[in-house]
Design a protein around this ligand. Sequence first.
Ligand code: DSN
Length: 424
Amino acid sequence: MQRDSQIFDYIKQENKRQLDGIELIASENFVSEQVMEAMGSILTNKYAEGLPGKRYYGGCEVVDEIESLAISRLNELFGANWSNVQPHSGAQANMAVFSAFLKPGDKILGFDLSHGGHLSHGSPVNVSGKWFDANFYGVEKETGKIDFNKVANQIIDLKPKLVIAGASAYSRDWDYSTMRKACDQVGAMLLADISHPSGLIAKGLLNDPMKDCHIVTTTTHKTLRGPRGGVIMMGEDFENPFGFKTLKGATKMMSQVLDGAVFPGTQGGPLEHVIAAKAVAFGEALSDDYLKYAKQVKRNASVMADEMVKRGYQIISGGTDNHSMLIDLRSKDLTGKVAEAVLGQAHITTNKNMVPFDDKSPFVTSGIRFGTNAITTRGIDENGIVEIVNLVDEALMAAGNDSKLASIGEKVKTMMSGKPLFAH
Ligand code: DSN
């Protein structure tokens, strides 16, 4: 068969783009060779609807071992008692949770998308907002932080069936325990979607949602540095708001309901090649090397926020506890749309983002979001971060000056040359 040179040429071009640039998108990362090897393997040929030991197809004895290993590594990594590693993405993982425990019209409470929340937490353009009665909490105008006591009162007043803790662009830690206490008062279920900071949580660098939240979902490709995908986990046995009689019974029943909500509820056959790659990534994340990486991601983000503030940029909430930060560009008279394009001209990749109480549309926005997870994988330390912030500032101040932006782009290429995608 003839090689598909068109597609492989494009992949080569994308490889060069990734190597030449500075990647600051907070939801991206660079996976190891062995994660890619598993993802590109013959496991893609196999149908395996069902769960290990309970499949609807023959020939699943090997993929059963792979999926069981992925589950046990994930449980060890997060201290979970049960998990399902089949969701194709974070949104699919959340969809499975909703379809397991909610009926159309049920009340849910999530973090407002325009304050840094996620589409799948009740946005009107997503099924979670179309099918359920979606309500929102946000950050305080003065501090840019969530006031968890206020959220607790909101939970008690609203009496939702499900509360979601989690964000796409929130740089502070979460008070899961205050949220849980309020949920218990009104019989609400608490779901933590830790897609962004899950790698830092796994290594104990942020609060642990597993002991307070009924269910935890995460993507596997952000700070966790695995293949693109999602998972669902449960931690301690707990007294469930939906009337199960015993603690153990509750977890077992809920896990069966959740397994069924993934398949056949919302997905068909699992992607066993991706599940194998997830298992490889979970194995990597269990290592001390990954702990060093996660600590460096956090240090790098903290230095980046400080350096941005020194140059007059306004970080929402004033700084960061995790890998990311949201920058309000109004003090620099720039929009997120312009900043994303200008930085792109200089080979610095970012995404425009709404800031809380934004007066611009989601297509323009007043903000930009940065994360240090991807550049840290390329071996960047605190000194490199200062250099990157200088390049970012230089580029933003050169908006409209194409030749200057091209010359900053050359500096970016020089800085990143010789740095493999997966160095850490
Ligand atoms: N779109 C992802 C992000 O960038 O945060 C979340 O799904």
